[in-house]
Design a protein around this ligand. Structure first.
Ligand code: IMP
Length: 210
C-alpha cells in the first residue's frame, strides 16, 4: 500500500489496533502499529480527569517517539474510559488501572444490588498529520451487566451491554457489530468523515495547514 496513506497507531492494545484497521482500511487508510524492537509501544499516561488531555499528551509523546525513527507518516493515539453513572463516572480515566487491579469481577461485585446500571464508554482519538493535531470523540451508552458474558473483544467488553445491540454484551458481538455501536467506531467514523470531507489523504498539503 502507498506509504503516504499509512497512519502509525501508537498503542500497546492489539484489540484497539484491530478495531482501527476494521474501521479505516476500507477507506484506503493503512493502519500500522508502531513497534520498537518488535514490541508494541506503551506510552505512560498523565493523570488527568479529562480523556482529551490524556489523548493530547499521549499524542505529543507518540510524535516524539515516532519522529525519532520516521517523520513522514501520520501518527495516531487513542484514549478510552468506562464511566459508570452510579459511581459518579468511576473508573473513567482510571479504567486501565481498575481493569488491571479490580478487574471486571471487581466491578460486578461493587455494583451488586445496585439498580442503576447505566454506563458509557468514551474515547478520544488524537491524530497528528503533518503539523496539525486533530481530535475525534465517540461515546456509547449502555448498561453494566450482572455477570461477564461473551469471549470476544477486550477490557470491559464482557460486562457492557450497549443500548443498541439486542441486549448482548460487546463480548458477544463480532468486531463488525461492535464497531457499529461502539465509542471507537463512532470516533473512527468522525475521523474518516473529516478526511473524506476535505477530500484528501492524511499527508496532503491542505490537512497540514492548521
Ligand atoms: P486505555 O485507553 O488503553 O487507557 O483504556 C482504558 C481501559 O479501558 C483499558 O482497561 C481498556 O481495556 C478498556 N477499554 C478501552 N476501550 C475498550 C473497549 O472498547 N471495550 C472494553 N474495554 C475497553
Amino acid at each position: 500500500m502507498d506509504e503516504k496513506r499509512t497512519i502509525l497507531f501508537v498503542t500497546s492494545n492489539s484489540g484497539k489496533l484491530d478495531e482501527a484497521r476494521l474501521a479505516l482500511n476500507p477507506f484506503g487508510l493503512n493502519i500500522e502499529s508502531f513497534r520498537f524492537n518488535e514490541e508494541f509501544t506503551k506510552i505512560e499516561e498523565i493523570q488527568s480527569s479529562e480523556l482529551r488531555h490524556v489523548a493530547k499528551d499521549k499524542l505529543r509523546k507518540a510524535v516524539t517517539i515516532v519522529n525519532n525513527s520516521s517523520n513522514k507518516l501520520g501518527v495516531m493515539v487513542e484514549d478510552a474510559g468506562f464511566f459508570i453513572d452510579e459511581l459518579d463516572g468511576f473508573p473513567g480515566v482510571y479504567s486501565s488501572y481498575v481493569h488491571e487491579t479490580l478487574g471486571i469481577q471487581g466491578i460486578i461485585k461493587i455494583l451488586t444490588g445496585i439498580e442503576n446500571r447505566d454506563a458509557c464508554f468514551k474515547c478520544v482519538i488524537g491524530i497528528h498529520l503533518d503539523d496539525e493535531e486533530l481530535f475525534f470523540e465517540g461515546e456509547c451508552k449502555g448498561q453494566v451487566s450482572g455477570k461477564a458474558v461473551g469471549t470476544n473483544g477486550f477490557g470491559y467488553d464482557p460486562i457492557f451491554i450497549p443500548d443498541e445491540g439486542n441486549g448482548r454484551t460487546f463480548a458477544e458481538m463480532n468486531s463488525k457489530e461492535k464497531q457499529k455501536f461502539s465509542h471507537r467506531g463512532k470516533a473512527m467514523e468522525a475521523l474518516r468523515a473529516y478526511l473524506q470531507q476535505r477530500n484528501q489523504s492524511p499527508t496532503s498539503n491542505q490537512c497540514s495547514e492548521s
